[in-house]
Write a protein that binds this ligand. Sequence first.
Ligand code: TRP
Length: 455
Amino acid sequence: MAPKNRETFGSRMGMLLAMAGSAIGLGNIWRFPYTLGQNGGAAFLLLYVLMLVLICLPVMISEYLIGRRGGSNPFRTFDILAPGTKWRWIGFMAVLSSACILSFYCVVGGWSVKYLADACSGGLMSFDGDYSEFFGAFISNPWKPLFYTLLFLGITGLIIAFGVRKGIERMSKLMIKILFLIIVLVVIRSLTLPGAVEGVRYMFVPDFSKVTADTCIAAMGQAFFSLSIGCGCILTYASYVDKNENIAASSAWISFFDTAFAVIAGLAIIPAVYAIARMNGVDPNVSAGPGLVFITLPGVFKSMPLGGVAALLFFLTLLLAAITSAISLMEVVVAFIIEELRRSRVRAVLTSFLLCGGVGVFCSLSFGPLEGFKLFGLSVFDFFDYITSNILLPVGGLLLAVFAGWRLKRANYLDELTNCGNLNIPRWLALTIYYLVKLVAPLAISVIFLNCILS
Ligand code: TRP
């Protein structure tokens, strides 16, 4: 049984903020713009929104619902809801996926720490030259990025070890506001650079000739990643939630904010790439990959009045956004270790740190000394990013949807959705959500996979 004295979130607002804090992170600001750039712009965005509504929102609602009903870590939750079956190994897989994601996430988190440090010392703005060299020199250094990766992971672990609730709830609230403000300022600056319009067109005028099976996989993977679904993160947070929560409404709000944030981040970066390219008389390269944000934005800050201050605030909030997401990932692993292996919170944190940090070191080195080492043609970093986002998360989502749709049964699902009839959710809406979960989402995910395998 789940222990009776488990913590719960202090308030409804606290819960919403913690989940939003998990969803809003590097996925929106760092990963979304470059994935959009690598996959043809507007057509990708359209696909992204389509997948979000048809697949990811229903999966999120289900993961939330399963977590609240089970009230434990992913492994135990499935054991409680489907005793004596193999389902709990799905829960175990979710815990492993979270650890894999954290292993490369902390590398990029480390980059944000480094940029924040340089923004503080003034080194970032006083750099005179091409920021791709600045970034390249840093990530290919054999030691420095390792230090920052482990520092980032250490800070995350420290916060978790001290207990998450109050600090994080409060921090999330403030951080989201500052981040929003700064990023809107950056958007205004980007859009007013000469030549930015081309970038806006790239983001919003679709060219469907660019859509391939890989584009669909990338859009689906990004949507899962950005919403933090498919690996037990929402499930674990939902186990700390009280039973009066309106699951569907909360999920919809979180998805909406998360997507709005991603689009705004895209608008801050893509038009700037076009403008800067025009200034230098070269072709815009929006598919530069993981370095995009770290290369483009410093240039934009430099061209702004008070750019140094903006850079400082931006990288501070980027770091905070990354930490709130990393915390949610580590909490999955930590909750599992505490409840299943019966270790103290501190030991659980230490174990997760060693595990994810150990793999993280290899991810980080794959931009430098281990550059030539490939797994299935991908660098270690890209390999972890690709298999988790594009394969493990959608497979996890598929299984969650199948569990919720076929194993929980309709009456139970609708009961959870409406809190046993206490919420005023129209019946047609509840049924639509249920059938999206039971039929549409699993089918759509399977078709996208098949399409990719066969093409
Ligand atoms: N969604 C977060 C982001 O956008 C990252 C994240 C946190 C995540 N928890 C997750 C991704 C669980 C996948 C699964 O940065």
